[in-house]
Design a binder for this molecule. Structure first.
Ligand code: NDP
Ligand code: MG
Length: 395
């Protein structure tokens, strides 16, 4: 095997689920990769434990009030890792020539600034943070193209499509892209039953182990809605060529249909390390720790149409994608606030789509020609949804 220069990997959202999977794959290939930057939101203890294991050059905590604890913890552990705090420090580190690969795995719109910085700096960008694409997809892909950044989608569906296309180009020969969805923990449930759903039930995904926010998004099917918008930006395909199929076994990660009648699909066990290994190694294939798929042990592949009445979030996302402009930013922001309120036990499960629908109706789409316009729409939708929550209009 040819020798490879070791590449420095910045792991943003290192303390999360994707962060853990990334560090697992990186540690399998010490000759090819090292974690040079580890970043978290506020979990300093978890970040320090990762620094002891991976000995990065830099550790970053977004919450500036945690800086001293991080700095002192690193020095107490006898590490040479430098402590940083705040979003600007993170943006500078991902733009630094010392960083080769950026894994964007912060949850929510909080990941936009660093993801955009990595795109502008022309890095290889392993993009898990789907919310940044929903919020500012056109700016993100334009910035990446202008700077020669290579975006490799990490979301399993988009990673599957990327593998089928061997690129992000889905020109005229692609007739349809079909995203598969597990259907989440409540597949087949009625609206009446969904009204009683608890936080514990919602975060217990049947197939994937993920952070709490995306687990709730999977339960409402908003995750699939965000992924439609994500696919639209990543592969430049319009609504007419995008489809969703529920596939409860979560073994077929998505499908690409070509004009000649061929359909290519990517299959594998539901484990994000496969996508991350594709992102790190591409175009090479590297070991991920995920075993191959034994179809004799998984002989059934079922498919069904999504239920848009029981799961209106998917319909709302289709609507926002078609409306364009600021609508996806409003959808995403209202959803982040609603999911957070649901996770805190402040509202019921069905209030999530109700709050998102209210925000979309109250803040009609306007053209989104600048980052400022998008950030303003995001802020307005957050304020409106917080006001709705404070007014207890939603049970
Ligand atoms: P987790 O909740 O497990 O982890 C989130 C990470 O983001 C943590 O490291 C957290 O740090 C960090 N973080 C939170 N807020 C901030 C902030 N303001 N600034 C900096 N860092 C912050 O999420 P997941 O790993 O599940 O998901 C991460 C992203 O990847 C999401 O966008 C999700 O949609 C996407 N994704 C995830 C998949 C999965 O299988 N998990 C699959 C496909 C996509 P702290 O610990 O300090 O809070
Ligand atoms: Mg996905």
């Amino acid at each position: 095997m040819a020798a490879h220069a070791q590449r420095n990997v910045a792991v943003l959202g290192a303390t999360g689920s994707i962060g853990a999977s990334t560090l697992d794959v990186v540690a399998r290939h010490p000759e090819r990769y090292r974690a040079s930057v580890l970043a978290a939101g506020s979990s300093v203890d978890a970040l320090l434990a990762l620094c002891v294991l991976h000995r990065p050059d830099h550790a970053v905590v977004a919450d500036e009030s945690q800086f001293a604890r991080l700095r002192d913890g690193l020095s107490d552990a006898g590490l040479a890792t430098r402590a940083h705090a705040g979003a600007a420090a993170l943006d500078a580190l991902v733009s630094d020539p010392g960083c080769d690969i950026v894994v964007a795995a912060i949850v929510g719109a909080a990941g936009l600034s660093s993801t955009l910085a990595a795109a502008r700096a022309g890095k290889r960008l392993l993009l898990a943070n789907k919310e940044s694409l929903v919020l500012a997809g056109e700016l993100m892909t334009a910035a990446a193209d202008a700077a020669g950044a290579e975006i490799i989608p990490i979301d399993s569906e988009h990673n599957a499509i990327f593998q089928c296309l061997r690129s992000r180009q889905a020109q005229g020969e692609v007739s349809r892209i079909v995203l598969t969805a597990s259907g989440g923990p409540f597949r087949g449930w009625s609206r009446a039953a969904l009204a009683e759903v608890t936080r514990e039930q919602a975060v217990a995904h049947p197939k994937w182990s993920m952070g709490p926010k995306i687990s709730v998004d999977s339960a409402t099917l908003m995750n699939k809605g965000l992924e439609l918008i994500e696919a639209h930006h990543l592969f430049g395909v319009e609504r007419e060529r995008l489809d969703v199929l529920v596939h409860p076994q979560s073994l077929v990660h998505s499908l690409v249909e070509f004009v000649d009648g061929s359909t290519l699909a990517q299959l594998g066990l539901p484990d994000m390390r496969t996508s991350l290994a594709v992102g790190l190694g591409w175009p090479d294939r590297i070991a991920s720790g995920v075993p191959g798929l034994d179809l004799l042990r998984h002989p059934r592949l079922d498919f069904e149409a999504p239920d848009l009445d029981a799961f209106p979030c998917l319909r709302l996302a289709w609507h926002a994608m078609t409306a364009g402009g600021t609508a996806p930013a409003v959808l995403n922001a209202a959803n982040e606030v609603a999911v957070s309120a649901f996770l805190q036990g402040r509202i019921g499960f069905l209030s999530i789509p109700a709050l998102v629908e209210d925000a979309l109706a109250a803040l009609p789409a306007t053209p989104a020609d600048s980052l400022d316009a998008l950030l303003e729409a995001d802020a307005q939708a957050r304020r409106l949804t917080e006001r709705n929550l404070a007014g207890h209009l939603f049970p």
